[in-house]
Design a protein around this ligand. Structure first.
Ligand code: GDP
Ligand code: MG
Length: 177
């Protein structure tokens, strides 16, 4: 059966944001297709992917947008955020700068995104704990301060990826349906 043809009750748009090479495209390919790419190129990023999720008796189709590399040039435009009900805001636990830049991303989200957008903060590459530059507690305190959900993930080892997306999607459902 082709899940795309299934009758869906709701269609949500959500976006992936965060610095280049934090693992956004791999989180999405893991969630949408259960695939991971060891040396993914920014240019191979798809524009978006779909996945259907069942919440109770409702079928939710989420359309998740990926940046296709524009974030390297700070060229994400307002159309990327338009209509988005959720965002996964991703940093790389092995690169401190990607955590410091979250401030900039949050500012942009608040400028272009809708005020009631569900934001899940994601510290990716938890499999590389030997090169960790951002403590788990740092992610937790920022999330608490900014009132975001938070999770550390590994797209590579498929840890918490499903949970991060599902948390965002079910929260969107609770707030909007
Ligand atoms: P994007 O620019 O944010 O879309 O990042 P990509 O998904 O293209 O990933 C950038 C690089 O990080 C690639 O070489 C990936 O293989 C690698 N990567 C992504 N997620 C993980 C992860 O969870 N663990 C490890 N070890 N590497 C990852
Ligand atoms: Mg990418």
């Amino acid at each position: 059966a082709n899940s795309v043809d299934e009758e869906c009750d709701y269609l949500f748009k959500a976006v992936l944001i965060g610095d280049s090479a934090v693992g956004k495209s791999n989180l999405l390919s893991r969630f949408a297709k259960d695939e991971f790419y060891l040396d993914s190129k920014p240019t191979i990023g798809v524009e978006f992917a779909y996945r259907n999720i069942r919440v109770g008796d409702k079928l939710i189709k989420s359309q998740i947008w990926d940046t296709a590399g524009q974030e390297r040039f700070r060229a994400i435009t307002s159309s990327y955020y338009r209509g988005a009900l959720g965002a996964l805001l991703v940093y790389d636990i092995t690169r401190r700068s990607t955590f410091e830049n979250l401030r900039k991303w949050l500012k942009e989200l608040r400028e272009f995104g809708s005020p009631e957008m569900v934001i899940v903060l994601v510290g990716n590459k938890s499999d590389l704990s030997q090169s960790r530059e951002v403590k788990l507690e740092d992610g937790q305190s920022l999330a608490q301060l900014e009132e975001l959900s938070f999770m550390e993930t590994s797209a590579k080892e498929n840890l918490n990826v499903e949970e991060a997306f599902l948390q965002m999607i079910t929260r969107i459902y609770e707030l909007n349906c």
